[in-house]
Write a protein of this length. Structure first.
Lengths: 193, 417
């Protein structure tokens, strides 16, 4: 009996405080989107979850803004905001992004993105990382507060990085001021003709 | 046109259980600049009324060659450490010498709290005499009970008398002198050619009368009563990792960072602490100075280094005022006080005019208001009371500085509403 107790004690000593917990709620979308996630949009959009968006048989989520009428701009956003006391956090996501525009008119563009927004305690956005795919005339550019990561291709891909490391790409964001992180599935189309 | 994004298995995982030091801002910056070292005292807004004292106060002509006091005055000031200020109302040129009273005083009205370190008193001597100087609070417009009185044996030109009791004032104070003047043996009390609202005399040391036609040459060398203004910054240390961050010491490699507080504390994950960093410019030369603050902790990456920058930019108006004994020239400005414009006329040798010759207008804090380049044949400048951006400046006291090749001349201008 003493040997067993001693053995357990050694295990506790070796792994005292490592707790891997997902700060996001319902990040795998196996629960309805009303669990953990919020929505906002303009125009006609589709925000849903289904088991057919990939082949693994589990649920995935989609934020879809299609061009459904001649002049309708708009966006769809499915998002969740979490408090973070530190930024030594690993972000991971399986995603597929699309942004397609066929008119070749320079003021029309479309983009689909996973957006990681860094907020201060007052919910002001300090900066963003955008994993995205877009049409050629999308005006998004890198800056001190925006870091763009182009989707590898039109398929499903895994994106994973440490937030502390990612913030080194955003010189305009002080990591000490980051109090919240907002994760968004975001799609938008803009017309000007 | 379409835009879609699909996602699955999104996670944000806290991975750190290791305490990590995070510090903001990236660099602590200090700056002390223009006008803080020495400045002309601010005039009191209110005018006190004094009883008329029936006494004969006369000026006697200066001896040729004794009117220029700049070198001696500069020498006195330069003996003092940086961070001291000299308060004065006179223009630095002794044009009148006064006798007929035994007590003379100047009321100073600084804008912030100071320790008065030294009195500078200008006398014109033909014979030596025992005198004393007192530092007094202002009580209803007159000098109150002296906080300290120092005896000295008067000598010609500037006398420097140090106070030892660290008299400290946050408002008006007086420096008064007992100088038993006599004609024709002297000594005489030095005064300039105009002004006078800050200078007073007394026959008995208790009833004081204003001198309306001269600023007495009494000056106060003052220092900061505590840490010099604008030298405390806050450094924020945050545990941006996990676990508990134990800060075991904070140190710095330069002595001009005089205080760090606190230097030991513990922070849980996400918790932050403000650390006050105090710097002093005393002893620092003009320029940019760097230091490194080192934070010792149980951060697995070891000690954290935080850079500190201190920009010192002392510019005293009179600091650059020098005169050449071999050079004589005149500068006149009229009218003074002035309303719309003032004419500054100068008669200088053409050999003193160079490509960098100019006339500058300063305010009482030493800030440059207007710059006039001077050409070889020019002898008159008209200032319309506007700054370099053509905006009309506020009424008050201003100074011109005529910068020639080998010397500089300053003077006072009073702009009325």
């Amino acid at each position: 009996m003493r040997r067993i107790l001693g053995f357990v004690g050694v295990l506790v000593f070796l792994f005292p405080a490592i707790i891997y917990s997902n700060l996001l709620t319902n990040g795998d979308f196996e629960q309805p989107l009303t669990t953990g996630w919020l929505q906002e949009h303009s125009g006609t959009v589709t925000i849903d979850r289904a088991i057919g968006y990939d082949t693994d048989g589990n649920y995935e989520a989609c934020a879809n803004k299609d061009h459904v009428s001649g002049f309708e701009d708009g966006y769809a956003r499915l998002y969740q905001v979490v408090d973070v006391s530190i930024t030594n956090v690993t972000f991971s996501c399986d995603a597929k992004c699309e942004g397609y525009e066929s008119t070749n008119y320079s003021k029309n563009w479309a983009a689909g993105a996973i957006i990681i927004s860094y907020l201060n305690a007052s919910n002001s956005t300090l900066g963003e990382t955008r994993i995205y795919s877009c049409s050629p005339d999308c005006p998004w550019v890198n800056s001190a507060t925006v870091h763009l990561i182009t989707a590898s291709n039109a398929n499903w891909n895994n994106y994973s990085f440490n937030i502390n490391d990612e913030l080194t790409n955003l010189s305009g964001v002080d990591p000490l001021n980051v109090a919240k992180i907002k994760i968004s599935l975001y799609s938008a189309v803009t017309h000007d003709y | 046109m379409r835009a879609k994004v699909f996602a699955d298995d999104i996670s944000l995982i806290v991975v750190s259980t290791v305490p990590t030091v995070g510090v903001s801002p990236d660099t602590l910056e200090f700056e002390i600049s223009n006008g803080s070292k020495k400045f002309f005292a601010v005039s009191p807004e209110s005018q006190e009324s004094f009883p008329v004292v029936q006494s004969l106060i006369m000026s006697v002509p200066m001896k040729v060659g004794e009117a220029k006091m700049n070198e001696e005055r500069e020498g006195d000031v330069l003996l003092l450490s940086k961070g001291d200020d000299t308060l004065y109302y006179d223009d630095g040129t002794r044009t009148q010498s006064w006798y007929g009273a035994n007590y003379f005083g100047v009321k100073f009205n600084p804008s912030k709290e100071y320790v008065v370190k030294t009195a500078l008193v200008n006398l014109y001597m033909t014979s030596s005499n025992n005198c004393n100087v007192s530092i007094c609070p202002d009580v209803g417009g007159s000098p109150g009970t002296a906080q300290e009185t120092i005896s000295f044996t008067a000598s010609d030109n500037w006398n420097s008398i140090n106070f030892t009791s660290n008299p400290t004032f946050s408002g008006p104070f007086w420096i008064t002198c007992f100088v038993p003047t006599a004609n024709p043996s002297g000594p005489y009390f030095g005064g300039d050619a105009s002004g006078g609202q800050y200078s007073y005399y007394s026959l008995d040391g208790s009833t004081w009368a204003n001198m309306s036609n001269s600023d007495l040459m009494i000056r106060a060398v003052v220092g900061p009563s505590g840490p010099i203004e604008d030298t405390v910054r806050t450094m924020v240390i945050k545990n941006i990792g996990g676990g508990t961050l134990n800060v075991t010491g904070i140190s710095v490699n330069q002595s001009w960072v005089t205080s760090l507080s606190p230097t030991t504390f513990s922070l849980t994950s996400g918790q932050s602490k403000n650390v006050a960093v105090t710097a002093s410019s005393i002893g620092l030369s003009n320029g940019t100075h760097y230091a490194t603050i080192t934070i010792q902790s149980n951060d697995s990456m070891g000690a954290y280094s935080q850079p500190v920058k201190f920009v010192v930019d002392w510019v005293g108006i009179e600091e650059t005022e020098i005169s050449s004994a071999a050079l004589t020239f005149t500068v006149k400005n009229f009218p003074n006080p002035f309303g719309e414009k003032v004419i500054i006329q100068f008669d200088v040798p053409t050999s003193e005019i160079g490509k960098d010759t100019q006339l500058e207008i300063f305010d009482i804090s030493g800030r440059t208001i207007r710059v006039f380049p001077i050409h070889s044949t020019q002898s008159v400048i008209t200032w319309d009371g506007r700054d370099n951006t053509s905006n009309r400046v506020a009424h008050g006291i201003y100074f011109y500085k005529l910068k020639l090749k080998t010397c500089v001349k300053t003077g006072k201008l009073v702009l009325m509403k």
